[in-house]
Design a protein around this ligand. Sequence first.
Ligand code: GLY
Length: 370
Amino acid sequence: MNECVHVALGERAYDVQIGPGLIDEAGARIAPLLARPRVAVLTDETVAGLHLEALRAGLAAAGIEMVSLALPPGEATKGWPQFTRAVEWLLEQRVERRDIVVALGGGVIGDLAGFAAAVLRRGVRFVQIPTSLLAQVDSSVGGKTGINTAQGKNLVGAFHQPALVLADTAVLATLTPRDFLAGYGEVVKYGLLGDAEFFDWLEVEAPAMAGGDMGARVRAVTRSVQMKADIVVCDETEQGDRALLNLGHTFCHALEAATGYSDRLLHGEGVAIGCALAFELSSRLGLCSQEDPSRVRAHLRAMGMKVDLADIPGDLPDAAGLLGLMAQDKKVVDGQLRFILARGIGQAFVTSDVPGHAVHGLLEEALAAR
Ligand code: GLY
């Protein structure tokens, strides 16, 4: 059942291996990268409780010793204090230039550990073992690493590609339904941005996938990673088309800021709502048919996901307030907001040419329906 996607980035090329049971086989899979049989693992306390012993056993099976540091779970970890702690711990553990750092966890751990590896001794290699669906299909692939600061999310970081990604689809069974569906927001994004057939397939198979069908899980993660790899290979440092991966994210980032990055709205939930809004905006601008946003919304609803602003609990700013938050997005270029819009399902494109009043009108109506 195992799949492998090769990310063809020349001397920074690597494999993303996908399938159930990869943590048990981690030793044999990581061994070819090692100069000596020892790795340093960064994880969080929740993931450590679930998967760290399995990783220790998987590494030991190939004679690899492991030291580990478990950071507190949650987005608040992705800042200077825990980053400093992680880097100093890696130095205390005498991680050398030719050693490997392993990131075992979701997006927070992957981003922080990747950034720590990027700066440690001016750069050591790292392996991603993503344990959330979101991390398996998005954040563990493509080399974006970093931390948040008081000024905003992901504003300090580096492009640092992993040396290997092991996406063990068996660990997805330990996610809460809410976290699984939030990750699914990123899966559906791939179909919507560039592969209408994948979206057709998801409409039929995603309920079984959410229910635990392993074949469907492997296929969905593999197709998502393949699409991400194709885009990253063309535009590693986001000078152009990589921005397509941000479908739904301009709306999402404003909604996350408005809800204080709290569990009122998970990132993947914001992506799903943002994708629905991006298709609605595309339809209003005459770029795609009215049926497209209806189909997007119907699928998200059928999956039991958040679709509308009305699905976000608590107060939200008014339309002008949300537009103001969008203007702080780091994808603003020369003061111009960049949107990812679509000419149909699977046909997204990047544009700065969106009239502000159209966005304002859309948000006003979406807020009024709350
Ligand atoms: N998550 C968007 C990117 O990796 O470019």
